[in-house]
Design a protein around this ligand. Structure first.
Ligand SMILES: C[S@@+](CC[C@H](N)C(=O)[O-])C[C@H]1O[C@@H](n2cnc3c(N)ncnc32)[C@H](O)[C@@H]1O
Length: 359
């Protein structure tokens, strides 16, 4: 097991499985209520989210001066037993028992008292922010508000992309990978982890200083250097940049043409309502992309259409909202890309548009 992993194998696998299971449940709910599935798949189902939010609201909505009945106390004033009962009534006994195990484990590491951790959870804080990490493949990605928590569907297509790139790096390496809107750095870091050492030179860009700092921290935790004289090692660096700015192409001219472009850009329409657990905790710059949700794909399409951006036989992989396959396919076709495919996520939803440049 790589030394940077801080969960033992069994609990990591269990956490990954439970997150996938939770995400699977939430996907259908969010789809049916018209909210972006990918952006919302993370922690709990909408039913759970609503229940947690309602409980938190009920817990704090006490008229000024009114005596606090035990059931209406703010989470921070409740005992651990009462918090656990509240959590179980919000998310179900089985899930609460599982979360309790992780929160106990976290508390025993001296991070915070179990009571405080439970209070944060009952008040609606995403579990991953409380625990401070999210499994992503074999990696344990550090997460911190407001940087977007990596989603299981992103992990899924990143694995599939690594398979595609494994063929590519056999014929030519190292390959350069640009990741637009890198967030925690999860996509390029997993590619660096999965592909043979010495075959990847990855660079991530984000408009958020919090994201760039976290991606840099994750690179160090994953033992992936930004630069090295050792040609047998994969590298990843994160930089502050706005990929929608007119200067962007000039700023990264030294990295062009790139062999691979990845992005999980913001893709939620500004008119879509989001569960409080997402809306109140994650950076809105990571979520929303104009009234159509397609704003970033137009920008990426323009970048790709410029001569010399993508190398011959280059690969593009863009995560999408499940209703956006056709417009994003059209944008990439207009940018001159070919062999356009739509990959589905583990829940059968269109999730990634993959394309190539001409040879
Ligand atoms: C949906 S999040 C994806 C984060 C990460 N790649 C992942 O999959 O977990 C989108 C990211 O794009 C960044 N972003 C949004 N607009 C941007 C822009 N114009 N230039 C650079 N980064 C941008 C946000 O700050 C956010 O970190």
């Amino acid at each position: 097991m790589p030394s940077h992993l801080n969960l033992n194998g069994a609990s990591r696998a269990a956490r990954g499985r439970v997150h996938l299971e939770i995400a699977r449940q939430s996907r259908d709910d969010w789809t049916s209520c018209g909210v972006r599935p990918a952006g919302c798949s993370l922690h709990t189902s909408p039913a759970v989210t609503k229940a947690v939010a309602a409980a938190a609201a009920a817990a704090v909505a006490v008229p000024h001066g009114a005596p606090l009945s035990p059931s209406r106390r703010p989470p921070r004033l409740m005992t651990s037993a009462a918090l656990l009962r509240r959590l179980a009534s919000n998310i179900g006994r089985e899930e609460a028992a599982q979360e309790l195990k992780w929160l106990r484990q976290h508390a025993s590491g001296g991070h915070d008292s179990l009571q405080n951790l439970l209070a944060k959870r009952v008040a609606g804080q995403p579990l991953q922010y409380i625990l401070g990490s999210q499994p992503f493949g074999d990696l344990d990605i550090i997460v911190r508000p407001p940087v977007l928590i990596p989603r299981p569907e992103t992990e899924h297509w990143t694995f599939r992309l690594a398979d595609v790139l494994a063929h590519k790096v056999r014929s030519r390496s190292p390959i350069s990978v640009l990741d637009l809107g890198t967030g925690t750095g999860c996509i390029p870091l997993l590619l660096c982890h999965l592909l043979p050492q010495g075959t990847v030179r990855a660079h991530g860009f984000d408009i958020s200083p919090d994201a760039v700092a976290l991606a840099t921290e994750n690179a160090a935790a994953c033992k992936t250097p930004a630069v090295t004289n050792d040609r047998r090692v994969n590298t990843f660096s994160a930089s502050l940049a706005d990929f929608a700015s007119a200067r962007f192409r000039a700023e990264i001219a030294h990295l062009l043409p790139c062999d691979v472009l990845t992005s999980n850009p913001p893709y939620i329409s500004t008119s879509e309502p989001l569960p409080p657990e997402v809306r109140d905790w994650e950076d809105h710059r990571a979520l929303f992309a104009g009234s159509s949700g397609l704003q970033c794909y137009d920008v990426i399409g323009n970048l790709l259409a410029a001569p010399g951006f993508l190398a011959p036989d280059g690969v593009v992989a863009l995560e999408i909202g499940h209703t956006q396959a056709q417009p994003v396919r059209d944008i990439l076709a207009a940018a001159g890309l070919r062999d356009i495919e739509i990959w589905q996520d583990p829940w059968g939803k269109d999730r990634t548009v993959v394309a190539r440049s001409g040879a």
